[in-house]
Design a protein around this ligand. Structure first.
Ligand code: HEC
Ligand code: HEC
Ligand code: HEC
Ligand code: HEC
Ligand code: HEC
Ligand code: HEC
Length: 250
């Protein structure tokens, strides 16, 4: 079938934008779907007797919101930024909050240390495919549409208190600085269902639209602002249209 005129124009607009962006900035090459969002923690481990620790986001976010770990348990939103020790874990902090032998295998179980201390990024392709095939698809990242999947998975929002997400549905249209680029959308709802306001305000974004300094695509690509999550864990920047919906209309 021949694409209709507006669709064809859209494709050109996206391609032009991608080419322009790829020319000016480098899009990092994303990891394959089963490893996207899997990190290797080797801040302390890997120096003495213990090996580097593998942590997969897809497994964990299926059951718990980002907020549980990145707000309640105090994990930083950056690999190797959190001072985690074996003692902390054994005292029920960090990984030990769940890996207590009840919720998940224990940090004290001598037979299972290496499930975490694997020494390298380990991915279970078969388990990932089994998991992903039941969920709605997206084109990039884990190739899972995590927003739609949230309805099916129903991950726990809070660990300690019976808290509920705040009802805050303000959707923002963030105008780009380039005349030929359609604005980006920022839907609060999709974010506040899994994150705390404090994950973004005031450290990442000011709480007033278009007042955040240096809020530009080139810094986003360096891991600032939207790039704090949309390079490594949430769908990657390759998915222009999901943030710039106008790119498919023009
Ligand atoms: C649920 C995952 C998990 C399990 C299970 C686990 N650890 Fe760890 N461990 C970690 C993480 C995460 C760190 C922090 C690594 C870093 O920052 O480099 C860590 C750090 C360590 C460190 C280095 C920091 C320190 O306190 O000296 C040692 C030693 C260690 N673990 C030993 C063990 C032993 C022994 C076992 C098994 C009895 C074990 N761990 C089981 C996740 C785990
Ligand atoms: C079960 C706990 C847990 C959950 C749930 C979780 N994370 Fe993480 N996340 C971690 C840990 C642990 C690290 C590594 C922190 C460290 O090493 O200091 C991390 C690191 C990150 C990083 C840095 C990645 C990198 O490549 O450096 C980002 C971004 C991130 N998480 C975003 C998220 C988002 C978004 C969600 C929800 C969709 C989420 N996390 C859910 C535990 C979790
Ligand atoms: C909020 C609860 C929670 C926290 C915090 C948590 N885990 Fe887990 N973890 C789980 C649960 C539940 C499972 C079992 C998941 C399943 O069966 O699908 C699991 C499974 C795992 C597995 C085995 C599956 C796999 O991905 O290979 C590893 C390894 C692991 N966790 C590492 C870690 C490390 C390392 C940390 C800390 C940096 C951590 N977890 C923190 C709940 C948690
Ligand atoms: C994932 C990040 C993120 C989370 C989580 C988040 N916000 Fe925002 N918020 C933003 C961004 C981005 C802006 C726009 C900043 C800019 O343009 O400089 C914004 C702007 C705002 C504004 C100003 C809107 C306007 O029209 O000027 C308010 C009010 C706000 N947020 C409240 C909240 C509240 C309340 C929560 C928690 C329920 C929350 N935000 C959670 C990213 C977030
Ligand atoms: C703290 C982490 C974080 C930050 C910062 C962040 N996001 Fe997200 N965003 C997520 C997660 C997690 C999702 C769920 C989808 C996924 O994981 O792929 C999401 C989903 C979205 C969606 C899809 C909504 C839907 O209904 O499908 C859009 C659009 C989006 N983000 C835009 C933005 C923009 C624009 C910014 C910067 C202004 C931003 N995000 C900043 C974590 C973040
Ligand atoms: C996670 C959301 C997100 C994704 C994905 C995304 N962008 Fe953006 N983009 C933004 C935001 C937010 C702005 C507005 C920044 C500002 O205030 O100027 C922007 C602005 C731009 C600008 C204007 C330059 C600037 O700094 O304002 C260009 C060009 C652009 N985007 C191209 C792209 C292209 C091409 C893709 C796909 C390869 C893409 N973007 C993917 C969020 C995103």
């Amino acid at each position: 079938m021949r694409p209709s005129a507006p669709r064809f124009a859209a494709l050109v607009a996206v391609l032009t934008a991608s080419v322009a962006l790829a020319g000016v900035f480098d899009l990092p090459r994303p990891a394959p779907p089963d490893r996207y969002g899997t990190v290797l923690i080797d801040r302390e481990a890997d120096s003495g007797s213990s090996k580097a620790v593998v942590f997969s986001h897809w497994r964990h976010r299926a059951r718990h919101s980002c907020r549980v770990c990145h707000f309640e348990l105090g994990f930083e939103l950056q690999t190797n930024a959190t001072p985690i020790t074996e003692e902390d874990n054994r005292n029920g902090e960090f990984c030990g909050a769940c890996h207590d032998g009840k919720e998940a295998f224990s940090v004290r179980d001598e037979a299972r240390c290496n499930e975490c201390h694997a020494g390298r990024i380990r991915a279970d392709k078969a388990a990932f495919s089994e998991f992903a095939k039941k969920l709605p698809k997206a084109p990039y990242g884990n190739t899972i549409d995590w927003v739609a999947a949230g309805e099916i998975l129903d991950e726990k929002y809070a660990l300690f208190k019976d808290e509920k997400p705040m009802d805050f549905d303000k959707e923002l249209l963030l105008e780009a600085r380039w005349y030929n680029i359609s604005p980006a959308v920022f839907p609060h709802t999709a974010h506040v269902e899994i994150l705390d306001c404090a994950n973004c305000h005031p450290d990442v974004f000011n709480i007033k639209k278009k007042t955040t300094e240096h809020f530009e695509m080139r810094f986003i690509l360096e891991g600032a602002f939207c790039g704090a999550c949309h390079l490594t864990v949430a769908f990657p920047l390759d998915d222009c249209v999901r943030c710039h919906p106008g790119m498919k209309e023009r």
